[in-house]
Design a protein around this ligand. Structure first.
Ligand code: CAA
Length: 387
């Protein structure tokens, strides 16, 4: 690893980071290329991540989690992403979105039923906000929930759900206002949907450019009967809960992007040392040195922003603006660094024999999901005027 560590880590943080590094090197890295090639989702990883505690990292010990801070969680995520970005998104979504929503808003009964097995790795959690017609404008979602006795009946299609077909519980946002009295963002509620409920169907699986080992699906709710006990928190508050959890989710995506960028930098540094042209290793040429210097700088800038945001989170401060800054900085760094890595590899960067083309494909989505770069800029700018 050519980058200097600059964070003052505790012994425990170093130990957990090292555990993640070893797991990533022995159980992920040897398979990443093949899983990507065959779009293979390795289901056994859920249990394995659970055994390591990586599916309940910031969940308190009383709910079977590790009760660690955000900095430690993100250090782990960065290590996982550097080896396999698909596994990183599974970890990030599960830990940041459904787990945090349950922790913040779930009843004791819901936490016992869902959060505890999630933290142990026995139940995978997913998050369903977007719809085919509601992406950046998430509050425009149309899935309708209608109260019927002791249940809500949901109809609609959720889109772009990471591992939605593999999850044991999905926190899904649906409208509880009526078509006659639309309440905008305040008409949305959060539901704990399980795949055994009648009316639940996994729809189209997306054929993606990158993150091919992370299955992304549509979920179709066709008169899906969700027990009223599965309403999460207050009715009409689901959108606010979703945005609150995305403040944390975006830190996870930033860590994922940094892992991808770091891996591309590592490969480029090694290749520039081995590859000879004009009688010397190409690292002797200033054109390559300047690229490597800029790549290392962009990764370090992104890490500085992310861990400043994570430290603010651990101090209990609002991180809406910082998490958008971290995601924006890290995802744009990942895209830029992976592009430079391909340039350094030349033709070899453009073929599947080397990993940099996969890293480039994996990087792109970090500028899109959990809020595009344009939405991050919108959030950052709005916060400049927040009271
Ligand atoms: N924390 C808490 N509350 C928040 C909040 C935050 N970060 N941001 C907004 N709110 C509150 C607002 O204060 C407002 O409440 P009040 O009216 O009481 O003040 C309410 O939420 C609605 O907010 P806005 O009026 O700002 O809503 P908006 O419709 O203008 O949209 C948006 C805001 C920032 C554009 C939002 O829609 C957004 O983030 N869009 C991007 C969607 C997104 O990130 N999708 C990710 C999909 S999940 C995914 O990708 C996971 C995966 O699988 C990898």
């Amino acid at each position: 690893m050519p980058l200097r560590e600059f964070l003052p880590l505790s012994d425990q943080q170093r130990e957990v980071q090292q555990l993640a590094r070893e797991f990533a090197a022995s159980e992920l890295a040897p398979h990443t290329a093949e899983w990507d090639r065959s779009s293979h989702f390795e289901r056994s990883l859920i249990g394995r991540l659970g055994e390591l505690g990586f599916l309940g990292m910031t969940v308190p010990e009383r709910y079977d989690g590790l009760g660690l801070d955000a900095v430690t969680y993100l250090l782990v995520l960065e290590e996982i992403a550097a080896a396999d970005a698909s596994t990183a998104v599974l970890m990030s979504v599960h830990n940041s979105l459904p787990s945090q929503m349950l922790l913040a808003r779930g009843s004791e009964e819901q936490r016992t039923r869902f959060l505890r097995p999630m933290a142990r790795g026995e139940l995978l959690g997913a998050f369903a906000l977007s719809e085919p017609e509601a992406g950046s404008d998430a509050a425009a979602l149309r899935t309708q929930a209608v109260r019927d006795g002791d249940a809500y009946v949901l109809n609609g299609t959720k889109a772009w759900v990471s591992h939605g077909g593999e999850a044991g519980v999905i926190v899904a946002m649906a409208r509880t206002d009526t078509p006659e009295d639309r309440q905008g963002a305040k008409g949305i509620s959060a539901f704990l949907v399980t795949p055994d409920l009648p009316g639940f169907r996994v729809g189209k699986k997306e054929d993606k450019m990158g993150l091919r080992a992370s299955p992304t699906v549509q979920l179709v709710f066709d008169n899906l009967r969700v027990p009223a006990a599965n309403l999460l928190g207050e009715p009409g508050q689901g959108f606010v809960y979703a945005l609150q959890s995305l403040d944390q989710g975006r830190l996870g995506i930033a860590a994922q992007a940094i892992g991808i960028a770091r891996a591309a930098l590592d490969h480029a540094v090694r290749y520039a040392d081995e590859r000879r042209q004009f009688g010397s290793p190409i690292r002797d040429f200033e054109a390559i040195q300047f690229k490597l210097a800029d790549m290392a700088t962009r990764v370090t800038q992104a890490r500085a922003t992310l861990y400043a945001a994570a430290a603010a989170k651990d101090r209990g401060e609002s991180i809406t603006q910082l998490s958008s800054m971290a995601k924006l900085t890290a995802s744009e760094a990942a895209m830029w660094v992976t592009t430079q890595a391909i340039q350094i590899f030349g033709g070899y960067g453009y073929v599947t024999d080397y990993p940099v083309e996969r890293l480039f494909r994996d990087a792109k989505v970090t500028e899109i999901y959990e809020g595009t770069s344009e939405i991050q800029r919108l959030v950052i700018a709005r916060e400049l005027y927040a009271a």
